[in-house]
Design a protein around this ligand. Structure first.
Ligand code: HAM
Length: 403
């Protein structure tokens, strides 16, 4: 039997309810914050991700679903959503138009990682990207939006926060970090040697215990911020304090993608095991220009839908719609035409076989219908049907032509 590929899941039944409920809530919140839907292709040129997510990241270094297509193009299934949205933003000349542009998206992402609980090779993200606002208030607003979505879903979280500096303070910090790490170069892992050459702060994110032991005394980013970055970070913390959003400053939080500057954040859950990051994001003021657009400040985040599905507290499902069943074969045709008519306005469940009361009632319960009707020779003769309300148990008789 052919099975789905490792780390790639079907989403149906109860999972699908959670999935669509999440999308509904997140869409509602993003719309309240002034974001508009954007859909970008699943497949993009590989160069887009190499230049944006970055050569030093594990995503580009090890995890891309990359191949040469029939037209000899080097293409890649998107490992994340930001790069494609930035590409579309530039391609549609919105960078030249100026002003503020806010987008949200959801869809499948692909990373060739080692599958485990909470870590898939095809997973889904809900993300938001905001372009054109050079203010830490927008960073705070993005964090508040994630917090609102999680609160509406009944999901508890811890928020981790860091500042990665900008073009003023990042280069000198990199130099300090490189000279610190150089002194232990023989002891660090091969990945870190590579990271040191391409993007030194990446080493702080290394999962190797020996490397982490060495880096614990490394100079901290947060102590090396320039005046602007430092005051923005203070302001961000103050806004979050004033709005009752708790956070922890994590000076080693560098995120798994290379495009960030200044604000970086991650929302984690303590209830889903080791793959605990449920959302992540930050500011990426250099990326639009780096992808050949006009320099535009930007900030965004993405949430991992599969991880959140485990945590969502679903609202109580109320009965709704109709169940209409035929009691004998003679009534099947009329039943189906009433079902068809009613489906113009309501959810209607039925059965194409004539059944007795007990079996139809079982079906109606399974379908979670609020109203229940049965049609047989008596109803055809009298031209009337009884509508039973399965919640308050009341009954109403109506003429079939008025149903
Ligand atoms: P990210 O942190 O790589 O950021 O991914 C965001 C979220 O996607 C994670 O917090 C996690 O919940 C989920 N996720 C990541 N990898 C997997 C996986 N293999 N299986 C299941 N879930 C996963 C980004 O992708 C950035 N584009 C976020 C962003 C938007 N930054 C600025 N704008």
């Amino acid at each position: 039997m052919i099975q789905s590929l490792r780390g790639m899941n079907d989403i149906l039944s109860e999972d699908y309810k959670r999935f669509t409920y999440f999308i509904d809530v997140a869409t509602k919140v993003a719309t309240r914050y002034g974001f508009h839907f954007i859909e970008t292709p699943l497949l993009e040129e590989t160069a887009l991700f190499k230049r944006s997510v970055g050569e030093s990241s594990d995503i580009v270094g090890k995890e891309m679903y990359q191949f040469i297509d029939k037209g000899d193009n080097d293409v890649c299934l998107r490992p994340e959503g930001t790069a494609g949205v930035v590409r579309a933003f530039i391609q549609k000349k919105l960078d030249r138009a100026g002003g503020v542009h806010r987008f949200f998206y959801h869809g499948a992402m692909f990373r060739y990682e080692r599958p485990q609980k909470g870590r898939l090779r095809q997973f889904h993200q809900f993300g938001c990207e905001s372009f054109g606002v050079d203010s830490v208030y927008e960073d705070a607003s993005m964090i508040m939006m994630v917090s609102d979505i999680l609160n509406e879903l009944g999901i508890g979280y811890r928020l981790q926060l860091n500042s990665l500096g900008d073009n003023n303070c990042m280069p000198s910090y990199h130099e300090n970090l490189v000279s610190f790490v150089q002194s232990s170069k023989e002891a660090i892992c091969d990945d870190c040697v590579r990271r040191l050459a391409i993007n030194p702060i990446r080493v702080l994110d290394c999962k190797n215990d020996r490397c982490q032991f060495i880096y614990k005394d490394a100079p901290k980013l947060i102590d090396n911020l320039c005046k602007d970055c430092d005051s923005d970070f203070e302001k961000l913390k103050n806004i979050l304090d004033a709005n009752g959003i708790n956070y922890e400053v994590d000076t080693n939080l560098v995120r798994g993608l290379d495009y960030y500057s200044k604000t970086a954040f991650e929302f984690v859950s303590d209830n889903i095991g080791s793959q605990s990051a449920i959302a992540g994001g930050g500011r990426y003021d250099r990326l639009v220009e780096f992808l050949d657009g006009k320099a535009t400040p930007a900030v965004g985040f993405a949430m991992g839908i599969e991880r959140l599905m485990e945590l969502i507290v679903m609202p109580e499902v109320k009965r709704d719609g109709y169940y209409i069943g035929a009691m004998d074969d003679e009534a099947l045709e009329l039943t189906l035409s009433l079902v068809h008519k009613k489906r113009k306005t309501d959810r209607v469940a039925t059965d194409y076989k004539a059944k007795n009361f007990k079996n139809h009632m079982k079906n109606a319960d399974k379908a979670n219908a609020k109203y229940f009707c049965m049609i047989g020779s008596n109803e055809i003769k009298s031209g009337e049907i009884i509508i039973k309300d399965l919640e308050d148990k009341s009954e109403t008789t109506v003429k079939i032509e008025n149903f």
